[in-house]
Design a protein around this ligand. Structure first.
Ligand SMILES: NC(=O)c1ccc[n+]([C@@H]2O[C@H](COP(=O)([O-])OP(=O)(O)OC[C@H]3O[C@@H](n4cnc5c(N)ncnc54)[C@H](O)[C@@H]3O)[C@@H](O)[C@H]2O)c1
Length: 313
């Protein structure tokens, strides 16, 4: 199955994620069935798609004239068999329970054509631990982020038995849909990014429980640091600015070990100060690298202030 062969898709579950995933396919010219057990959810999903598209049009991301055709490419139905008929690519975005996922994969296998790729948008459970289908080579995780019609990344996570052909076809198809598709092979779970996000929420619950900070203070504190730095240096490169020696010292002070940082220090890759860390700074001086970073930080800060982003939405 090659991505160029994916002409029809089916999205199962018309909730927070499903309606918007279907919209992305339709925006890119792909006929898409949207299936939900609940007719009210289907009706609501189509209203949301219209409103999403109108917002995108305000930002020049779609043309107002194209909106009716995009909407017409989405075919809502409560009947799974109808939705799956002729589908080349199916993605389920139903409730996150093992029973529900197990059952839907059996049904997808039953109702979709034998060559269709069967994808899950699961965000926390590892479907490959329990999904049983005759050809597991065609099962894969495609983990989208809310809202799918805006966030560029889709994590593509093949299971131990997913075929190379399925992985490549899925990634290529998502790229054709305008998405940044990153393949995380061997990941034990459906999402790498969620691991970072989940770690961030642990101290949030603790701070609230222990009365250290209000929700508004937590959000302000995090935004006033991370909103400026994270988009520019991410998670790994930030440590090149911190300095790998310090990273190692901090790890040791917690009584931990860090083989990756140890190896970098051994190689003299201390970060920006030595011209190489995780990244190679191509012979630029430390002052030049810091200047490049600071210009981006200042622009980001300006942009956040313009958006009034330090206040809640
Ligand atoms: N909400 C998020 O931000 C987010 C982000 C990434 C991934 N996910 C994952 O996406 C999936 C869906 O999450 P959501 O937030 O869109 O859920 P949701 O509750 O908003 O929507 C789920 C929809 O699935 C429908 N449904 C349930 N069983 C069905 C079935 N057998 N056949 C057809 N329709 C069925 C429900 O009626 C409901 O409308 C979950 O696996 C979740 O972990 C969610």
């Amino acid at each position: 199955m090659l991505s160029s062969n994916i002409k029809k898709t089916v999205v199962i579950g018309a909730g927070v994620m499903g309606h918007s995933i279907a919209q992305v396919f339709a925006q890119n010219g792909v006929e898409t069935c949207l299936v939900d057990l609940d007719q009210n959810r289907l009706d609501h999903a189509m209203e949301l798609v219209k409103s999403n598209l109108e917002t995108l049009a305000e930002f020049g991301k779609v043309s107002v004239n194209d909106i009716p055709a995009i909407i017409n490419r989405i075919h809502p139905t409560p009947d799974l068999a109808t939705g799956c008929k002729d589908a080349d690519f199916a993605v389920e975005a139903i409730n996150e329970t093992i029973d529900a996922k197990k059952k839907i994969f059996s049904l997808l296998e039953k109702h979709c054509p034998p060559k269709a790729i069967l994808a899950s948008n699961s965000s926390s459970i590892n479907i490959f631990d329990f999904v049983e289908i005759q050809d597991p080579g065609r099962s894969i995780v495609t983990h989208w982020f809310a809202p799918p019609h805006i966030i560029p990344l889709v994590e593509v996570v093949p299971g131990p038995k997913t075929s190379q052909e399925t992985t490549e076809a899925t990634a290529n198809f998502l790229r054709k849909m305008g998405k940044l598709a990153l393949v995380f092979k061997g990941l034990n779970g459906p999402s790498l990014v969620n691991r970072f996000q989940d770690l961030m929420t642990l101290p949030m619950w603790e701070a609230m429980e222990k009365g250290w900070a209000t929700p508004a203070e937590i959000d302000l504190a995090v935004k006033a640091v991370m909103a400026i730095r994270l988009p520019i240096v991410g998670v790994a490169q930030r440590l090149d600015f911190t300095g790998m020696n310090l990273v190692l010292d901090i790890t040791k002070s917690y009584g931990g070990t860090n083989p990756v940082a140890e190896e970098l220090v051994k190689q003299g890759r201390l970060g920006v100060s030595s011209g190489k860390g995780f990244y190679d700074y191509g012979g630029r001086t430390e002052a030049e690298i810091l200047r490049d970073r600071d210009i981006k930080y200042l622009k980001m800060l300006e942009c956040l202030e313009k958006l009034d982003a330090f206040k809640p939405v």
